[in-house]
Design a protein around this ligand. Structure first.
Ligand code: PHE
Length: 471
């Protein structure tokens, strides 16, 4: 098997640090800085954190190990990795390939929003006309997303920046960019946390996050919390998207893969909790609603910055720039995962991999999606109303994060937990490492992951379609 990895024409990570920064960069994204705090807000604060941590240990770490090792062993991106295992599993690979392709459509739009917001806050620092300029934050947001030309332009800029980095290759583009961007992001987040927790009245926000409170578990509420935490965990760790499989295929053979499978989720969760510490105290200090949903990032927080007086735009700029960095290190991994399978196809046909061609094909598809979703303006223009969803973004999200992702994860667990339980052993144990968590990994893959993913799937369908199964 090892010789399959000899074809390095797709690229390879140069250092372990670079690999970790790229993987953590993929994992840390809008999911951490935006979705985690607001889902926590909606699902009872501390109770959500607790369930999240439990799933982190039983599902997140074991699936991370599975995907990285699966990629490293086969040396392939998602479709061909599954095909290498068996032709009958190729369809699981397709699920994991299509999912990031769909996510990219709205991820690039949201990344574009972050760019717009960091530029607007920068404008405010200088009192420029292109700043937020004291406009009410809700109005500013509505005006922006319903302006089709502005949304399309920022989506295209963000997409182009993403594609530009991926064209630079695995080590020259993705690894290099992430190795600088991720430490910068961490540093900026610390600055925002310090500001947020020192605001008068911030204590209530910290208590909300860290003080035990289980009111939300009453009745069947815990199932909803579990479904929400489970899907959040997968999205946040970039699992079931073919990403960690792809990155695994660029890993060095002597990397301690078990250790990496713990480091990546720990770093990701740390940043998610830090994001909650950066946002919740500020939200509570201003007497705002923590479970706001999508409006949280662009309305509530912008309002908080506007309320901070002169220093507000500086913190606003730092904050939105950091969210932008988080988004772009994620979107490059999404593009890479989709493009890698196109390159694998060339290799399978005995050709050399053409990175530029593959990346530009992906770029074309996601630009079309991004334009479509931007034109919809978060539902303001009603471009795509299907499956009972309000906005084009929801339709793409339902198909990818809502259905394909939990389904793909469920199938992955069934295959590695039940059908081929020893397939990854030799990869994990190579270079003299011992598969220390083998028993634990088997148990979790066999029982916990399929049950949790099954629940997430039902929970998602239930909430999206309002079936009321759990109420
Ligand atoms: N993990 C990223 C986040 O939390 C998003 C993402 C999902 C990136 C899936 C790649 C794949 O925002």
């Amino acid at each position: 098997m090892a010789d399959q990895n000899l074809d390095n024409s797709k690229g390879q990570f140069q250092s372990r640090f670079g690999f970790l920064m790229a993987s953590i960069g993929s994992a840390v994204g809008l999911g951490n800085l935006w979705a985690f705090p607001y889902k926590m807000g909606k699902n009872g604060g501390f109770a959500f954190l607790l369930i999240y941590l439990l799933m982190f240990a039983t599902v997140g770490v074991v699936m991370m190990l599975t995907e990285l090792s699966f990629g490293r062993k086969t040396g392939k991106g998602v479709i061909y990795a599954w095909k290498t295992l068996s032709n009958k599993y190729t369809f699981i690979g397709f699920l994991g390939w299509l999912s990031p392709l769909l996510i990219l459509g709205f991820y690039c739009m949201l990344g574009g929003y972050c760019l717009k917001y960091s530029i607007a806050n920068l404008g405010d620092i200088f009192g420029a006309g292109w700043g937020v300029h004291g406009t009410d934050s809700a109005q500013f947001f509505t005006a922006f997303y319903s302006s089709q030309s502005q949304s399309v332009i920022f989506t295209i800029i963000f997409t182009a920046l993403t594609v530009g980095i991926v064209l630079g290759g695995v080590s020259g583009g993705i690894e290099k960019f992430s190795s600088i961007a991720m430490p910068a992001l961490f540093f900026m987040l610390v600055i925002v946390i310090i500001r947020s927790v020192t605001l008068p009245g911030a204590g209530a926000g910290l208590a909300f996050v860290f003080k035990p409170n289980f009111a939300v578990f009453k009745g069947v509420g815990w199932i909803t919390v579990m479904a929400s935490a489970g899907s959040q965990l997968f999205f946040s760790l970039s699992l079931a998207m073919g990403i960690m499989i792809t990155f695994g295929s660029y890993m060095k053979k002597d990397d301690d893969i078990q250790q990496s499978s713990v480091i990546i989720p720990v770093a990701d969760t740390l940043i998610a909790v830090m994001a909650a510490m950066a946002t919740m105290p500020a939200v509570f200090a201003k007497g705002l609603e923590p479970g706001q949903g999508p409006g949280m990032l662009f309305v509530t927080l912008q309002y908080v910055f506007a309320e901070m007086g002169k220093a507000g735009p500086i913190f606003g700029f730092i904050f939105y720039a950091l969210v932008f960095i988080a988004a772009i290190t994620s979107s490059i991994s999404l593009v890479e995962a989709v493009g890698a399978s196109l390159m694998d196809r060339e290799i399978a046909h005995g050709q050399k991999a053409h990175r530029t061609k593959a990346t530009l094909i992906v770029a074309l598809i996601i630009t079309i999606e991004g334009i479509l979703i931007s034109l919809d303006g978060l539902g303001a223009h009603g471009i795509l109303h299907i499956f009972g969803q309000g906005t084009a973004l929801d339709v793409f999200d339902l198909c990818s994060e809502g259905i394909m992702m939990p389904l793909g994860a469920f199938l992955t667990a069934v295959v590695f937990g039940w059908f081929t339980p020893n397939y990854l052993d030799d990869d994990i144990e190579q270079s003299g490492y011992k598969f220390k968590m083998k028993k634990y990994w088997h148990f979790c893959m066999k029982w916990i992951v399929p049950i949790v993913m099954g629940l997430v799937l039902v929970g998602q369908i239930d909430t999206f379609f309002g079936l009321g199964i759990f109420s």
